[in-house]
Design a protein around this ligand. Structure first.
Ligand code: 5GP
Length: 114
């Protein structure tokens, strides 16, 4: 079953899209947790990090390249930022289309909430 992110790719629901190419899409999170909060997704629907296959290598490598590029464009590369991928219940995943969070623009504190 398709997630809300498939609808964003198809432009069926609006999103503040900041980057797109043939493999990936990036858009601002609807409920930002920091001054910069961008979601990067492969266009091919991969439900979770558990479902990654060798065919996804190019798209997932591209996510890293685009994340670094967007961090520079957003002006947070020098100070630093966090890249996160949540998986399933313990990871706190809410949308089952694999996505990388690019979060920054302030000091983010310890990596994990206690
Ligand atoms: P997860 O918890 O699955 O790692 O993160 C899902 C993220 O998607 C959350 O940060 C949430 O705010 C964001 N999100 C959920 N629905 C939408 C939406 O319709 N549009 C956008 N731009 N972000 C969304």
């Amino acid at each position: 079953m398709s997630s809300i992110f498939a609808k964003i790719i198809a432009r069926e629901i609006p999103a503040d899209i900041v980057y797109e190419d043939e493999l990936v899409l990036a858009f601002r999170d609807i409920a930002p947790q920091a001054p910069v909060h961008i979601l990067l997704i492969p266009k091919r629907e991969i439900a979770t990090a558990n479902d990654v296959t060798p065919a996804d290598e190019a798209a997932l490598g591209r996510l890293m390249l685009v994340a670094a590029k967007l961090a520079a464009i957003e002006g947070i590369a020098e100070d630093g930022y966090r890249l996160l991928i949540n998986c399933n219940e313990h990871g706190g995943q809410e949308v089952f289309h694999l996505h990388m969070h690019l979060v920054g623009g302030r000091s983010l504190g310890p990596m994990l909430a206690k």
